[in-house]
Structure formats: C-alpha cells, structure tokens
Design a protein. Structure first.
Length: 263
C-alpha cells in the first residue's frame, strides 16, 4: 500500500476487533501512527462467540501493527466515559504530539421491540453510538484546529439509519442521530479545513452481523472487515477542501468515490 498517510496520527475507537481492527491495520500500512482504543485490554475470547474474530484486544491489534513495521499505541477507553475520552486524546498528543485523523467506530446494538425495550439498554446504545463520538470530537478538535493544517474525522454508520429493521428502532435511531451530528459538524469546522464524513460499511462479517437475526438482509453477502480498508484510508486523507459533509458507502467506493471521484 502507498504511504499516503505518512506522518499522520490517527485515533480509532473500537479498534480491538472487526471493522475497527481492519481500519487500524490499514491506516498503519498507509503510514499512519495509530492510537488503538477500546475497552478490552485482556483476552476474554477463548471459548466465546468472539474467538473466531481474533483475541479482541487493543494490545493484540497493536502487536499486529508493530509486527508489520508500523507504530501503534494501545489506550483503554470506554467511550461512555467522558474522562476516558479526554484521556485518549491526551495520550495521543503526549505520545505523538498531534492528531490528524479521528475515527469513531465503536458501537453497540440495541435489539428489542420498543414496548419491551429496557431503558438502560437504550441509554447505553445512545451513550456509545452518539454521545461518545460527539465527545471524542469535542476533546480532539481543539488540538486539530490549533495545528492549522486540516485533518479528517469520520464515523462508521449503518444502513439501519435509513431503513426499518425488526426490533432495532433504538439502534436505527442512534445511527441516524450519529449521521446528522457528523454532517452538521462538517459545516462547523469547514473553515478549519477539517473534513467530517460518514462511512457506510455495508454488511461486514462481524460478530454483530453473524449472530443477529436480520430479516430481509439474507440476500446481502457479508464481506470480510478488510474490505473496508481502501475507503477508510482514503477518507483519512481528506480535508474540507477535498471532501466533507458526505456519506461514503464502502460498496460504491471507487465508483462514486475514491480516486475516480477525486479526479
């Protein structure tokens, strides 16, 4: 892979497995120094449904990056905790001196009919999927703006933001709110040349998709998490001068977006 992100520092939440880990590896291969954030520091996957997706730790993701010659920093972070998010930003700046890319990938499901939905489950879904990404931007933006040379922020959304899924209204609501938050933020920081976009991954072979019961999606093939890398790396290299305020679908990357679009 071309070193298109040489010299850049990227924060990725939910970087311990699945889409997050794939993006961390892809960014590192493109030359970025990667801050890998998630709640998981210890491997608890043995004998569980997570085992097939790797050890599922930030340390393991960083080890894979280091083995490939990259540079990575593991930081434990519960995105529902403001202090954890503040510490994540501070750790990135302390180690690498700057922040160029922020990717909000951490997410949780919220599966229940509305009448039966546990309020605590809904609160956690909104805290992880909406409040966490919002606060991460709040804490990272002062440093990114002070650098004066632009940057890139994007989140990972879901097709559920714009479609009905049985028993997933709470999750759909959270992803719709996430998209609107980031698309509005794009306008606020446009003068700072910071791109803010939304990445639609499509149906990726993650634990959530493999173990969920999603009627009406059976015909959509699942792709491996590595398929997200080209779109993620390209988005990480954008500024407000090249692309901002857009929803980029992984499935259309290279057709609607990517080098063809940029040309």
């Amino acid at each position: 892979m071309n070193k298109t992100l040489d010299g850049k520092v990227a924060i990725v939440t939910g970087g311990s497995r699945g889409i997050g880990r794939a993006m961390c590896l892809g960014l590192a291969a493109a030359g970025a120094q990667v801050v890998v954030a998630a709640r998981t520091e210890e491997d608890a996957s043995a004998g569980t449904q997570f085992e097939q997706y790797g050890s599922g730790t930030i340390v393991d993701t960083c080890a894979q990056i280091n083995d490939l010659g990259g540079i990575a920093l593991p930081v434990r972070c519960d995105v529902t905790q403001a202090d954890d998010l503040r510490h994540l930003v501070e750790a990135a700046i302390e180690r690498f001196g700057r922040i160029d890319v922020v990717i909000s990938n951490a997410g949780v499901d919220c599966e229940s009919p509305v009448a039966d939905l546990d309020v605590d489950l809904l609160d956690r879904c909104l805290a992880v999927n909406v409040r966490g990404p919002f606060l991460l931007c709040k804490f990272a933006l002062p440093a990114m703006m002070a650098q004066g040379d632009g940057g890139s922020i994007f989140c990972v959304t879901s097709g559920s933001a714009n479609a009905y899924r049985v028993g997933r209204i709470g999750y759909s609501m959270s992803k719709a709110a996430l998209e609107r938050t980031f698309l509005n933020l794009a306008e606020e920081v446009r003068p700072n040349n910071i791109a803010v976009n939304v990445l639609g991954p499509g149906r990726v072979d993650t634990w959530m998709n493999r173990n969920g019961d999603w009627p009406g999606t059976e015909h959509i093939p699942m792709v491996p998490p590595s398929e997200i890398i080209p779109a993620a790396v390209w988005l990480a290299g954008q500024t407000a001068q090249t692309l901002t305020g857009s929803l980029v679908e992984r499935a259309n990357f290279g057709q609607t977006w990517g080098p063809i679009h940029a040309a």
